[in-house]
Design a binder for this molecule. Structure first.
Ligand SMILES: C[S@@+](CC[C@H](N)C(=O)[O-])C[C@H]1O[C@@H](n2cnc3c(N)ncnc32)[C@H](O)[C@@H]1O
Length: 250
């Protein structure tokens, strides 16, 4: 379950009979929560208040164990739409990292094959996706990770989608061209504009078209009584999202 304190901090807690949640603000017995409805408020031994709900996918992404940098929820939502992810889609994802994007894809019903060069990251992603699937109340897609270098080729075919979060996605385009169905979508997530420029140049050379690049800015608001205004802080930059589609030969 997710415990939210009065400052909005998130704590992911796996409940067990007789267990205890230790926080900076005192201890909460799991038995206070077990069997209770979602949305209850509990107090720690020192009186601190926590609201308890099932974690949403965004909560899991922000609190789950991670090795590599994850893609943030604001971008994950846009990626699902930009890559036109649908239930049953066969998607190749590389690199997998901590599995945040994997979780969003599997949750949306895609069948995902992940390529990841680091075995420790692959293990972490498998565990994170398994934890998501175990807690789901809807049918999810399937998930498999291969420990391999996507720059050396793609074994799966025919793919509906290829999603890339690694430094040189242009090196994957020749492989994606032979693995994708006609009209299939490649989406790349990149932190820098120079990488985006290099990718966009390769898109044309490799037989892809309809390229688009955008970023996602989310500005949250402070709403308290008559004080209603944008929050003072926001995440200004995470990554640029580029999509393109495989065109017919010639
Ligand atoms: C930024 S992380 C991906 C994070 C992931 N999208 C998430 O949301 O959790 C980039 C990953 O790409 C992997 N990687 C880099 N080059 C690769 C390659 N050629 N083939 C497969 N994986 C690669 C790295 O090991 C790293 O785990």
């Amino acid at each position: 379950m997710l415990f939210r304190d009065s400052k909005g901090r998130r704590y992911l807690v796996r409940l067990a009979a007789g267990g205890r949640f230790h926080s900076h603000a005192g201890v909460v017995d799991h038995d206070q929560v077990l069997g209770q409805p979602e949305g209850i408020e509990v107090r720690s031994a020192t009186g601190a208040r926590f609201l308890v709900v099932r974690p949403a996918l965004a909560d899991l992404v922000l609190t789950m164990p991670r090795g590599a940098q994850v893609i943030y929820p604001k971008d994950l939502g846009a990626i699902l739409m930009a890559a036109d992810i649908f239930p049953g889609a066969l998607a190749l994802e590389a690199g997998v990292g901590s599995g945040a994007l994997s979780m969003a894809l599997v949750r949306a019903g895609a069948h995902v094959v992940g390529y990841e060069t680091r075995s420790d990251f692959a293990d972490r992603a498998r565990a994170n996706v398994a934890a998501l699937v175990a807690g789901e109340r809807v049918v999810t897609g399937s998930y498999r990770i291969e420990e391999r270098d996507v720059y050396e080729g793609i074994a799966e075919s025919p793919l509906d989608r290829v999603l890339l979060d690694l430094p040189e996605p242009w090196r994957v385009l020749p492989h994606a061209r032979t693995a994708l169905v006609p009209g299939g979508i490649v989406l790349a997530y990149l932190p820098g504009m120079q990488q985006v420029s290099q990718l966009r140049a390769a898109v044309q050379e490799e037989g892809f078209g309809l390229a688009e690049t955008f970023e996602v800015l989310v500005r949250t608001w402070h709403v308290e009584g008559r004080s209603v205004r944008p929050d003072h802080r926001m995440v200004a930059h995470t990554g640029f999202i580029t999509t393109c589609r495989l065109l017919a030969p010639g």
